[in-house]
Design a protein around this ligand. Structure first.
Ligand code: PLP
Length: 347
């Protein structure tokens, strides 16, 4: 069944929501330092932002152990997903993705008549790498691997994904979307930027929209081979599409471990509260490694979401594996309480 796209939900009018739990945002950000950096940047924002964009690319490159030529910045990761959809989508081959997974890149590619091969998840709701690899042939345009996976919140075993990329990237480029990697215990040990460093045909996407709390500020980037960066940069504006205040905020947020750890701690506390709410009502859930939780419903998922929305609680619905599902983003504790109050009335 067609699912409502993230975009449609975000465009939908959601007035006076008590709990905004529908777009995997981080209400604990942006950090105070990031907000101050934005204020400080306002006076000189008549200047183009290129120098700051270069500084951010250099900072990320130094931290990740690559060169600035391995990095392409834009206003969030969405434009970079679109760039990949355009470039690889028009090659004539298929894009292989998970089902369900984040559908933005494949959906954009559909506009270029790219065949999309959705591969169902495993029984424990992870991307089925073995089944995805079997779909690769000489014409495959791209594999899209969302890790951790949106909307299920599951994560792949790092060694397994690394071995997969090493084999498969020889046949087709692998796009690894790491939007939620900052929520994992060891992002540096999990990232596939490692594969890029080894020269593999892997593109890693990152965003400040999640743990950094920048969804409205718009800062994201990809890390890939310099030739790939050059090619994909033909489809986007790059660093100049990000406003100087947003880039300067990203510069201070990038390694602000105190803020990031605090946001992570608050997210985990809210998630624990949600788990408890579900348990009390006798519901199961998919174990989540992200700032959202997917759980199976006992009623029509569209009706559930409508009923929650009437009570000021915004969540999302899905249908897969012959079940109706709700995805709840992790918000502040007062939002999780609002979810619990509404949920008790409906469930
Ligand atoms: N990738 C994934 C997996 C996402 O869930 C999202 C947003 O929810 C994005 C990319 C796009 O985020 P942004 O354009 O804000 O970086």
């Amino acid at each position: 069944a067609p699912q409502p796209t993230e975009e449609a939900t975000l465009l939908a009018e959601v007035p006076q929501l008590k709990a905004r739990l529908l777009a995997n945002e981080n209400p604990f950000g942006p950090s105070e330092k990031a907000k101050q950096a934005m204020l400080d940047a306002v006076a000189t924002s008549y200047q183009y932002p290129m120098a700051y964009a270069r500084e951010l690319a250099q900072k990320i490159a130094a931290y990740e152990g690559v060169t600035p030529e391995h990095i392409l910045l834009d206003a969030g990761s969405s434009p970079l997903l679109l760039a990949a959809a355009m470039h690889y989508g028009k090659q004539g081959g298929a894009i292989i993705t998970g089902d369900p997974s984040y559908d933005d890149l494949p959906n954009k590619a559909r506009h270029f008549n790219t065949p999309i091969i959705p591969v169902p998840l495993t029984a424990d709701y992870k991307l089925d790498l073995d089944a995805m690899e079997k779909k690769v042939d000489g014409k495959t345009a791209l594999l899209y691997i969302c890790n951790p996976n949106n909307p299920t919140g599951t994560v792949l075993e790092t060694a397994k994904l690394k071995a997969f990329c090493e084999r498969v990237s020889k046949k087709a480029p692998v796009f690894v979307d790491e939007a939620y990697i900052d929520y994992l215990p060891d992002p540096q040990g999990t990232t596939l930027i490692d594969a890029v460093k080894k020269g593999q045909n892997v593109i890693v996407a990152r965003t400040f929209s999640k743990l950094h709390g920048f969804a409205g500020l718009r800062v994201g980037y990809i890390v890939a081979q310099p030739e790939t960066i050059k090619t994909l940069s033909n489809y986007v504006v790059g660093g100049m599409s990000i406003s100087a205040p947003a880039i300067r905020a990203a510069l201070v947020s990038y390694q602000d471990q105190v803020f990031l750890q605090d946001a992570l701690k608050k997210t985990l506390a809210s998630k624990q509260f949600l788990y408890e709410t579900l348990r009390k009502e006798g519901y199961e859930h998919i174990p989540s490694f992200t700032n959202f939780v997917m759980f199976p419903l006992r009623m029509d998922s569209k009706r559930f979401v409508d009923e929650m929305m009437k009570r000021g609680v915004g969540v999302r619905h899905w249908q897969f594996a012959s079940k109706e599902w709700c995805r709840v983003s992790i918000g502040r504790l007062d939002e999780m309480q609002a979810f619990a109050d509404a949920f008790k009335q409906i469930s």
